[in-house]
Design a protein around this ligand. Sequence first.
Ligand SMILES: Nc1ncnc2c1ncn2[C@@H]1O[C@H](COP(=O)(O)OP(=O)(O)OP(=O)(O)O)[C@@H](O)[C@H]1O
Length: 406
Amino acid sequence: MQHLGIFTDNQTNKKELIRKLQNNEFSDIVNLKDISGKLFSQLAVRRFMEEEEKHGTKYISTKGQALKTMSSGEQKKALLFHILDQKPDYILLDNPFDNLDISFQNDLKTLLQEKASGTLLIQLASRKSDMLSNIRNFAKVIDGQLRILTEDIQGEEEEATIFMGSIPPAIEPIPFNGETLISFEKVSVSYGEKHVLKDIDWEVKTGEFWQLIGNNGTGKTTILSMITGDNPKAFGQEIYIFGNKKGSGESVWDIKEKIGYFSPAMTDSFSGRHSVENMLISGLLDSIGLYIKPTETQKRIIKDWLLLLSLWERRNVQFNDLSLGDQRLVMTVRAMVKHPPLLILDEPTSGMDDASASILVQLVNKIAQETQTTILFVSHRKEPGLNPKKILELKHTDKGSIGIVK
Ligand SMILES: Nc1ncnc2c1ncn2[C@@H]1O[C@H](COP(=O)(O)OP(=O)(O)OP(=O)(O)O)[C@@H](O)[C@H]1O
């Protein structure tokens, strides 16, 4: 079977590419006429979730758990099994390994390779290392056309980028004079019979650069929700955030004010039209609508950030028109402009191609090096080039995940 791998980058209009593939508009390269296919993508997961919400039915859920409450990796597993059950002639895999930990990536690769004898696989991949090893034909979108690649793309050199200049300073530092930002003592979380976290001990001190890493479903999001204030499971446990015991009457605003937070889901939800410059200014003003006029100092600081990102010339471009890589840079800076005591980046590189991910990683390393801000970088994969000083790894056990500090 002539499987096809299509390399995409953050400039590729993937929605359009998928639509054209499904309409068989690239029949000279991959002919899908009169055969049945299924799409494996984050979008498909979202559609099933909406259906579940609307009809109160659990379409593809496993063991009766609603898709909405599953970790992102568990959602993908549920979707893959659902698709394989229907035995389609082809599967269109849109970056199937994004958000998946190594062990499930391997399971999924084995499963796909087993099924590959009878099913045509068309894989879209933004990371070269993600491409399935049994795929031998590669294509890429060039000038809106799908072109077969003949040269050995693995040999291509990545472009090195260096941020010129230093990280612009804070206008008014956000006060926090303590030494310990986060303290967990024997923290455990369960949902009924399901044990998620077991006796997590963890201490994060001012200025440290941490990576929180763990396979899908090990509880990374659960830990974040206990820090940022939304999870009732935090109450009654030995959790101290900025020196205050969780649930002791501290205001959520006090905590939120000290945390800069970015997760890609935030970018997906921006529907309004805002210029790149205004997106960053709004990070200083805590509002997106810009009802308050920025001061000259605020404008100057944002200019310095834009110069650092080489986006000053494009400051009036609409945020939504930026490439995905540039959007992620802007959102990371937006979370950082106030120099909060704690910067949380939740899977910031998911869905990015190698080149853009490496630029974001350089920016995060630079922030860690040049500022007092404590960084918590959350990801399931080891990010090439990232230089965290400490790692908290969540490891699954039957009694819940344990935390290993490295
Ligand atoms: N309300 C809930 N009811 C039942 N189980 C839940 C609920 N909320 C979370 N879980 C479970 O807790 C576990 C940890 O989920 P969490 O989202 O924290 O994992 P994660 O490490 O962030 O995973 P991923 O990398 O896939 O996003 C998962 O098995 C999830 O199904």
